[in-house]
Design a binder for this molecule. Structure first.
Ligand SMILES: Nc1nc(=O)c2c([nH]1)NC[C@@H]1CN(c3ccc(C(=O)N[C@@H](CCC(=O)O)C(=O)O)cc3)CN21
Ligand SMILES: CC(C)C(=O)C(=O)O
Ligand SMILES: [Mg+2]
Length: 276
């Protein structure tokens, strides 16, 4: 049995592709977090998070790189498979990594098909606007949902001159045109990263598809954060991330308590030992 036909029947309440537009019509915000493994994916799914993104931020957050550029399709397949298997209700999306779609629609479709065949995710995400409209169209026409990503696109860090707010002044028109192109090409939603809040709100109002913001203010149809930033686990986090927990501190304290109990001989006690 492959990972696609897991015996645990997915519930009717599963978040599916049409729920992006439906959430927007109902005025209920779309909630999204990154996830890179089954342990956290199960926790976030239980918490009712709508969308889990196996982001190429895994490069920074989990693999110790200083950008998302070194991340490969091979890096993302095992985590995407783990998150897809662990999610019951959440809509699981994987990032198309740098170098896996830029050449053209054929390369992009090949990568997307590989993710669908080998992982069990429900959709792919890729960075860029009009310049990747052909790629978005080819993938959606093959029956694979696509999420766009505009504003600050980390895979273009060198072309953009670093992590900077996008769409200021005259660049707003280009962003408007890119959003229209991404929607026209068939994307089911679009991430807006590091866009001034008033512009993100205006783009959302004009957008045919739901927007999911990160550092883009409260006017978007949903929000996404890197989970380690959200939970207080990251050594460094962008200014736009709020810490909703102190999981790093909790984990360090648990590890210290464990080490202390081992050193003192308190652990393992009889209740955690086998007497025969
Ligand atoms: N931990 C983490 N969180 C993220 O949100 C994230 C990643 N990693 N890695 C992939 C991309 C890269 N992102 C980044 C990376 C750096 C900044 C940054 O340096 N921001 C500056 C503000 C710059 C400005 O105000 O113009 C900061 O001080 O927060 C922002 C987003 C967002 N993504
Ligand atoms: C921050 C989100 C949108 C992302 O692309 C990632 O985690 O890689
Ligand atoms: Mg990404």
């Amino acid at each position: 049995m492959s990972h696609h036909d897991k015996p645990t029947a997915r519930s009717a309440k599963q978040f599916r592709v049409h729920h992006f537009a439906q959430a927007r019509e109902k005025g209920s915000k779309i909630t999204a977090l990154t996830a890179y493994d089954a342990v956290t994916a199960r926790i976030f799914d239980d918490a009712g998070i709508d969308v889990l993104l196996v982001g190429d931020s895994i490069g920074n957050v989990m693999h110790g790189h200083d950008s998302t550029l070194p991340v490969t399709v091979e890096d993302l397949i095992p985590p995407a498979r783990a998150v897809a298997r662990a999610a019951g209700r959440a809509f699981v999306v994987v990032d198309m990594p740098f170098g896996s779609y830029e050449s053209g629609p054929e390369q992009a479709l090949g990568t997307a098909v590989r993710f669908m065949k080998e992982t069990g995710v429900a959709a792919v995400k890729l960075e860029g606007g009009a310049r990747v409209a052909g790629q978005i169209r080819a993938i959606t026409q093959a029956g694979i949902p696509v999420i766009g990503h505009l504003g600050y696109t980390p895979q273009s860090i060198h072309a953009l001159g670093g992590p900077r707010v996008q769409g200021r002044d005259s660049a707003a028109d280009e962003l408007r045109a890119d959003l229209a192109a991404v929607a026209e090409a068939g994307a089911c939603a679009v991430v807006l990263e590091m866009v001034p809040a008033p512009l993100a709100g205006e783009l959302t109002t004009a957008s045919p598809i739901p927007t999911i913001g990160i550092g883009a203010g409260h006017g978007c149809d949903g929000q996404i954060l890197v989970w380690t930033d959200m939970a207080g686990m990251s050594a460094w986090a962008p200014r736009f991330a709020r810490r909703f927990g102190e999981v790093g501190t909790a984990l360090r304290e648990a590890a210290q308590d464990y080490a202390g109990a081992v050193r003192s001989g308190d652990f393992p006690g009889d209740e955690h030992s086998f007497q025969k």
